[in-house]
Design a protein around this ligand. Structure first.
Ligand code: PXL
Length: 289
């Protein structure tokens, strides 16, 4: 029969179940490509989501492989219908607190992703307008810039280009000074996104920085540049961390600061995978805490 001890145990168990329910993590989605070397793309996004304690989900848009002798990239877009199927599994099938995009390899895929997000009405949507990979200096898919401007920027809460991507979106030549970076941010903001965050790796002497522009104020997050060539995945991880923080309810400003610190910690512990490539260390911030 039911003893008083059983009854207390029963109450404690009920309380624990309640507490567990309260600990259900926030959910984030990345719509991006696979970097089989593990440092960038969907792999970086999911590692970052895990580090920032959000439940990560993915829509895979393209597979990227690298030739071992020269690290030239080989890209294989995923079939558009399968992208739509993955998307519908998560939206409307599950639901998310925030979402980001990464590498989108064709105009058709960009258009479809834009339309799916516009229908799904996600609370927080970050667009990372991936155009280049480390080791490549030309856009992988030059025709995609216009499509991103048309289908993705107008529905973005945050867009996170690096300086190369910012120049392409803003219709400017290479950005060489703080003032030019700010001008690019102004122009990109006019394309319809609410917040522009430009990842400024190399423009400032001795510093790396991220510039947030919300249409009114420029906020620079600066740091002394870490002297390493192993920076693979820094951009994807920054954007993924920002997305994770938005999912948990941070403001764009707070989320940028955390993302900046997360990447900085990751860069301080970055390491070589081979002679071509070295990623940031995603666990670094947690280990330093
Ligand atoms: O870092 C840009 C990037 C994004 N997404 C994928 C990549 C890369 C660079 O290698 O492979 C899938």
């Amino acid at each position: 029969m039911f003893s008083p001890v059983d009854f207390v145990y029963y109450l404690v168990t009920l309380r624990e179940i309640g507490q567990q329910k309260m600990m259900v993590p926030k959910k984030a989605l990345t719509v991006a490509g696979s970097d089989c070397s593990g440092g960038a793309g969907i792999q970086a996004d999911l590692k970052t989501f895990q580090e920032r304690d959000v439940y990560g989900m993915s829509v895979l848009t393209v597979l990227v492989a690298m030739r071992p002798e020269n690290w030239n990239h080989v890209v294989w877009p995923v079939d558009l219908e399968m992208i739509k199927n993955q998307f519908r599994t998560i939206l409307p099938g599950i639901g998310v607190d925030a979402a980001k995009t990464g590498m989108l390899p064709t105009v058709d895929i960009i258009r479809a992703v834009g339309e799916l997000f516009a229908e799904a009405k996600v609370g927080h949507l970050l667009i990372d307008p991936v155009m280049v990979c480390k080791g490549t200096s030309e856009p992988l898919f030059p025709e995609n810039t216009r499509a991103m401007i048309e289908y993705l920027l107008p529905i973005a809460e945050v867009v996170t280009p690096n300086t190369f991507e910012a120049a392409q979106l803003a219709g400017l030549e290479e950005l060489k000074s703080e003032k030019e970076v700010e001008e690019a941010a102004r122009r990109i903001h006019r394309l319809g996104c609410k917040n522009v965050v430009i990842k400024v790796a190399r423009v400032l002497p001795d510093a790396t920085a991220d510039l947030l522009y919300d249409g009114k104020t420029f906020t620079w997050f600066r740091e002394k540049r870490i002297n390493t060539t192993w920076t693979h995945g820094a951009g994807c991880s920054f954007s993924a961390c920002l997305t994770a923080e938005l999912a948990k309810g941070a403001s764009v400003h707070q989320a940028c600061k955390t993302a900046h610190d997360f990447v900085q910690a990751g860069l301080l512990s970055s390491f070589a995978l081979n002679q071509h490539i070295g990623p940031i260390y995603h666990k670094a911030m947690a280990k330093n805490a």
